[in-house]
Design a protein around this ligand. Structure first.
Ligand SMILES: CC(C)(COP(=O)(O)OP(=O)(O)OC[C@H]1O[C@@H](n2cnc3c(N)ncnc32)[C@H](O)[C@@H]1OP(=O)(O)O)[C@@H](O)C(=O)NCCC(=O)NCCS
Length: 149
């Protein structure tokens, strides 16, 4: 799947087009939730994803990314959503997530995600507060987790 956006940007779920240098640099050095994650582990999450979607600038360079993991029957988990800073604020992040969720064969499943501050963007795409049925068992710490007591 390829989808053209305004101003020559493009979305594509072909993993071979994604520049892993860009993904590993942003996730390993900048993202608040994954800063410090090694390239090896970031590549492992990339290769293990059910679907990745890349955002590409008019010159073909990778400027955004997200991945989803799913059992393809019940649930899908969205993570590592980003758009490089110089390309933000023009609707690309929303289209990236829209493509992942609504443009996907997984669109009818229960989608889950975590975010520190982008709730409004996800709300506009159909996400809402989890119901009382959802629980979380803490796993590996996120880079921005407070120190444990
Ligand atoms: C979050 C992110 C992907 C949004 O990308 P973007 O291209 O700037 O987003 P859009 O231009 O499509 O904006 C979508 C809407 O969400 C809002 N929004 C985007 N990021 C937001 C944030 N961090 N906090 C609050 N609101 C945010 C925008 O104001 C916009 O609202 P509008 O539709 O009313 O104008 C981008 O800011 C980013 O990569 N941030 C750093 C990594 C990150 O925080 N990723 C999300 C992890 S859950």
């Amino acid at each position: 799947m390829k989808r053209e956006l305004a101003a020559g940007y493009e979305l594509d779920d072909d993993p071979t087009r994604v520049d892993l240098d860009v993904v590993c640099r942003f996730l390993g050095e900048e993202a608040y939730w994954s800063k410090g994650r090694s390239r090896e582990l970031i590549e492992k999450t990339f290769h293990g994803a059910s679907r990745v979607v890349g955002l590409f600038a008019p010159d073909g360079s990778t400027v955004g990314y997200c991945r989803a993991h799913s059992d393809e029957v019940v649930f899908a988990y969205l993570c590592d959503v980003f758009v490089l800073e110089e390309h933000r604020g023009r609707g690309l992040g929303k289209e990236l997530v829209r493509e992942m969720v609504d443009g996907s064969p997984l669109r009818e499943l229960r989608w889950l995600l975590g975010t520190a501050d982008a709730h409004e963007m996800y709300r506009e795409l159909g996400f809402r507060k989890p119901s009382f049925r959802i629980m979380e068992r803490p796993g590996p710490k996120f880079a921005d987790d407070p120190p444990s007591e």
